[in-house]
Design a protein around this ligand. Structure first.
Ligand code: B12
Length: 509
């Protein structure tokens, strides 16, 4: 069979900078099954649909497979419509995170023929078998389709027995030269090289999938209900993957994805020994959880070319960390950040503001935590409910999202650095200011750590003076009004918490 796998832009305003790993894994599995596959990498190419249609005509597929995350929803709707108009008889299957909580819209509104949830390698191969008359649709787990006008969603899961059974991604089917060279600046690596005086490597980099899933079930993330649990590749598998990128594509900087890779000192030691032994001139960036960062783990990594270690810091307030379902405390976060940055390794943490329960005080806690930890470079996101997450389901149940289709269109093509839903009783501008205030704290730390760093004049006036003035004045006036108008006394929106301390949804009962 002939299968065309198509990636979609996570955002239309800038090309993707990470290879479309999802469909690269599907491609290598399908190839191993004897099928003929091609990848049309629209996430990178941004080609007009007419070009994709002409590529499809040339390839002449039996199945068109589209991969997307939810921010591509608007794009996918138009795209599938165009593809279906040109190839009405070729079945279209869609998979990836766009499918979460969204099977009905994909089948009814977008108009695909099949939706596959979860890891797709074995399931798409089964669908191809079905198209070849070898397998019944009912026997394919996690597949959804329409039968006599109604949606059928098959139960069950299907994945490799061992995660290392997954063949390496099909690097040869995408433009790896673009992906390994798309960045020419690595600030975290620069900081590390300055500290260690190690020679700079050639700036050729790649992300690698070292594990799938997560140990945890944060309320903003998809892993509470989907792809639950962490599946970590063996170090042998990871090294084999790195070797391909190192030898065939000249990669010397590796970013270990997806969400979590280092899980304990033993595995870290094994990875470090393998990297030092096999690729002594390669550098790498890893991800972990704050409570996995022990002095021992940092020491092991210091004896390697690990230039950065990142984790989700999210908030400096324990109540907010509970609502986020982080199983983490402010103290552990700060301690982890400090232990990493007291070594040669650059610490990386990301932050979130605007979570349900966020107040002026919780933001002050986060600002204090940023100062205490000495955080400098961190992305600050605004808590955004994405389909598949507890927060999204809570929003549906509590009428924060009334029309799912309209909401998916709204969050399409946007980053979580922009406000989507305001979970505070304050005006939107106040939530946006909360983000600026946390960013200010990061920037002030930067000036203290690096005497050469100067805050640009205009930003100093606007962000560091006018914005905090507006913010403080708002709370002052709100405090005065609160003496007369009860609604102004409310510091947080109404919600119920479950036993774990996060927002309660009906399936908790
Ligand atoms: C790398 C990554 C990115 C990359 C590239 C995304 C991409 N297209 O791959 C970048 C950095 C661009 C990115 C950006 C964002 N991301 Co992101 N990202 C990830 C991350 C960490 C890893 C994805 C990955 O490569 N996984 C490894 C591969 C092997 O798995 P996979 O892609 O899921 O593919 C498998 C299955 O999904 C399935 N599959 C995939 N495609 C298809 C197609 C078919 C036909 C079939 C059958 C199956 C199938 O089979 C594959 C193999 O098993 C995930 C978290 C995660 N753990 O997955 C979040 C994740 C995908 N991102 C997410 C989000 C929210 C974002 C942002 C909005 C966040 C932000 N900062 O604003 C932005 C996008 C906004 C924008 N406008 O750019 C959410 C998506 C939620 C959702 N419901 O869609 C995730 C799940 C994070 C989370 N935990 O909630 N992200």
């Amino acid at each position: 069979m002939r299968i065309a796998l198509i990636s979609t832009p996570t955002r239309t305003y800038a090309p993707n900078y990470i290879p479309p790993h999802g469909i690269m894994y599907l491609a290598s599995h399908l190839r191993n099954q004897g099928h003929s596959v091609t990848i049309i990498d629209n996430a990178k190419n941004r080609a007009p649909v007419i070009k994709t249609i002409s590529e499809l005509k040339t390839f002449n597929p039996d199945l068109i497979a589209v991969s997307a995350i939810i921010t591509a929803y608007r794009f996918v709707k138009q795209f599938v419509n165009d593809i279906k108009n040109s190839f009405p008889s070729i079945p279209v299957v869609i998979g990836g995170h766009i499918a979460l909580d969204n099977v009905d819209l994909l089948l009814n509104e977008v108009g695909v023929d099949y939706v596959i949830n979860g890891y797709g390698e074995l399931k798409i191969a089964a669908l191809v078998d079905h198209l070849g008359g070898k397998c019944a649709l009912e026997d394919i787990p996690a597949l959804s389709y329409k039968k006599n006008g109604s949606i059928v969603s098959n139960p069950g899961e299907l994945f490799y027995k061992k995660i290392d059974d997954a063949p390496l991604p099909a690097y040869d089917l995408v433009d790896m030269e673009y992906y390994v060279t798309v960045f020419d600046k690595f600030p975290k690596l620069d900081t590390y090289l300055k500290k260690t005086k190690k020679p700079a490597p050639p700036l050729r980099y790649s992300t690698i999938i070292g594990a799938r899933g997560c140990t945890d079930r944060c309320s903003f993330c998809v892993h509470e209900f989907d792809r639950v649990g962490l599946k970590v590749h063996s170090i042998d598998y990871v090294i084999q993957n790195i070797r391909v990128l190192y030898e065939q594509y000249g990669v010397r900087i590796f970013i270990m994805g997806e969400d979590l890779f280092l899980i304990n000192s033993r595995q870290t030691q094994e990875f470090v020994d393998a990297m030092n032994g096999n690729f002594p001139d390669a550098f790498f960036h890893c991800s972990t959880r704050a409570d996995f960062v022990t002095p021992e783990l940092v020491k092991i990594l210091e004896n390697s070319n690990c230039y950065a270690l990142g984790f989700g810091f999210e908030s400096g307030n324990d109540y907010i960390l509970n609502i986020l379902g982080k199983r983490m405390t402010r103290e552990i976060n700060i301690h982890a950040y400090k232990s990493i940055s007291s070594s040669n390794i650059t610490a990386a943490g990301s932050l979130m503001v605007g979570t349900p329960g966020e107040t002026k005080e919780t933001i002050e806690d986060t600002i204090r935590a940023v100062k205490e930890a000495g955080m400098t470079d961190s992305a600050v996101f605004i808590t955004t409910p994405y389909p598949g997450s507890r927060l999204f389901r809570w929003c549906i149940e509590n009428n924060y999202i009334h029309d799912r289709s309209a909401y998916l269109n709204f969050i399409s093509d946007r980053d979580a650095v922009r406000l989507s839903i305001n979970f505070t009783p304050y005006p939107d501008i106040i939530v946006k200011i909360m983000k600026i205030l946390v960013e200010n704290a990061l920037e002030i730390n930067k000036t203290e750590i690096d005497p050469l760093y100067k805050i640009p004049y205009l930003r100093r006036i606007i962000n560091h003076q006018i914005v905090p003035f507006v913010y403080n004045s708002y709370f002052l006036i709100r405090g005065i009004l609160g003496k007369i108008i009860p609604s102004y006394r409310k510091a947080i929106i109404d919600f119920e918490l479950n036993k774990k301390g996060t927002v309660r949804i009906s399936s908790d009962d």
